[in-house]
Ligand binder design. Structure first.
Ligand SMILES: Nc1nc2c(ncn2[C@@H]2O[C@H](COP(=O)(O)OP(=O)(O)O)[C@@H](O)[C@H]2O)c(=O)[nH]1
Ligand SMILES: [Mg+2]
Length: 377
């Protein structure tokens, strides 16, 4: 039985403060760490980006509008408004599914429409079949005759499917904790790092960011803007090897007693095998810098990518062994059902969901809250 009065989790609740054992990521380390010069960049103020020792990065020009993170306005209204944005984002899917239950008898036609609505919502075939099977069994067993009661069964089934994805990000077991953030271009990696930095600071953690997207100068600058906004150090290099940047960032964090290193990486498609190999190298080199690092390998996926997201999860997981997901843009055109498809395909925890572009728009994933946003009136 579900607890309908469960307290809403806050982001702070979701970040574990009690240490517990964390699985060690495979030690793939074989290569020598790259030798690089210290390139720590204090990111405040942005206009005066300067290296602490050997400057190897020049002051970046202002990012373009499209790269500029949205100004943070952490007002109470905003922090309570994220659920509204999530609901709005999911509203099309929501109305498609809810429509099935309006003015309908509980019969075969209803089941067929439900199946169609779930498939259209990106729930995918296996999860849709599982929900339909459960609904049919319960309708028969409990002699359900009201379509609204069928909706309640669908909700319960969806929650049952999604609950295994709920997991708390443990930020206390390792120091420094090293998070490596991966994904395709435009998924929301850098933005999510900015938001996560803000929230980790809020619970008293110190952070260093590693600008591991070394392909584009604009990518470094975008991270530097987030660094400036949050007042944290960004380790960057003008060009070259993302593994070297991550190595430097971890070494710097160790030297300065920093709690968390978050490594950004360049967007890549799973089909770009050489780039996937580069990611494996970043991981190996992180492990050279600190045994056991990276402690978390996160994949950021755009929630509106539908079934494509499944392929991304599989490919990145096979390549670098994912420990968690961040699903972004659920405030936009995402259909939402992809989370159920993910939960059936490969259970990788969804640590956070992105529900907007500003600093407070990162929330923990709560299955019940999500399903309520999808199917409640
Ligand atoms: N609406 C919305 N936009 C987002 C979200 N997360 C990221 N974005 C936007 O998606 C675009 C790409 O984000 P970015 O972090 O640069 O992606 P990256 O290439 O993976 O680093 C930017 O315009 C972000 O503002 C989100 O949760 N909701
Ligand atoms: Mg980026």
């Amino acid at each position: 039985m579900f607890n309908f009065f469960r307290r809403k989790k806050t982001l702070e609740d979701s970040i574990k403060s009690t240490p517990e054992t964390v699985e060690n990521i495979d030690n793939l380390s074989t290569t020598e760490p790259p030798t690089t010069t210290e390139t720590a960049v204090q990111s405040t103020p942005l206009a005066a980006l300067s290296t602490q020792t050997n400057p190897t990065i020049t002051s970046p020009s202002s990012p373009t509008d499209s790269e500029q993170p949205t100004e943070a306005t952490p007002t109470t209204a905003e922090s309570s408004g994220w659920l509204t944005r999530l609901k709005k984002g999911l509203s099309k899917t929501s109305s498609n599914i809810k429509h099935v239950f309006v003015g309908h008898k509980v019969d075969e036609a209803l089941f067929e429409q439900l199946e169609e609505a779930l498939l259209l919502a990106d729930v995918g075939v296996p999860a849709t079949m599982r929900i339909l099977e459960a609904v049919r069994v319960r309708v028969k067993k409990e002699r359900i005759e009201d379509a609204q009661d069928v909706k309640s069964v669908v909700k319960e089934e969806l929650i049952r499917i999604l609950e295994p994805l709920e997991k708390v990000l443990d930020v206390d077991t390792h120091k420094p904790l090293v998070l490596m953030v991966t994904g395709v271009n435009g998924a929301g990696k850098t933005t999510s790092i900015g938001k996560l930095t803000h929230h980790l600071q809020h619970i008293g953690k110190t952070i260093i960011l590693a600008a591991g997207d070394t392909f584009r100068a604009a990518a470094r600058e975008q991270l530097a803007v987030w660094g400036e906004r949050n007042g944290v150090t960004v380790i960057a290099q003008e060009s070259g090897d993302p593994a070297a940047v991550v190595f430097d960032a971890i070494s710097s964090a160790q030297a300065k007693g920093i709690d968390v290193v978050i490594a950004d990486t360049a967007g890549r498609l799973p089909t770009q095998l050489h780039l996937m190999d580069e990611l494996k190298k970043v991981k190996r080199v992180a492990n050279k810098a600190l045994d056991g690092a990276p402690h978390e390998v996160l994949l950021v996926i755009d929630g509106s990518m539908g079934q494509n997201a499944l392929a991304q999860v599989k490919a990145f997981d096979d390549a670098v062994g994912l420990t968690g997901l961040i699903v972004t843009k659920l405030d936009g055109s995402a259909k939402g059902g992809v989370l159920a498809a993910l939960a059936i395909d490969r259970v990788i925890p969804v640590y956070f969901i992105g529900v907007g572009e500003s600093v407070n728009d990162l929330q923990t994933f709560d299955a019940r809250e999500f399903v309520d946003a999808l199917l409640d009136e």
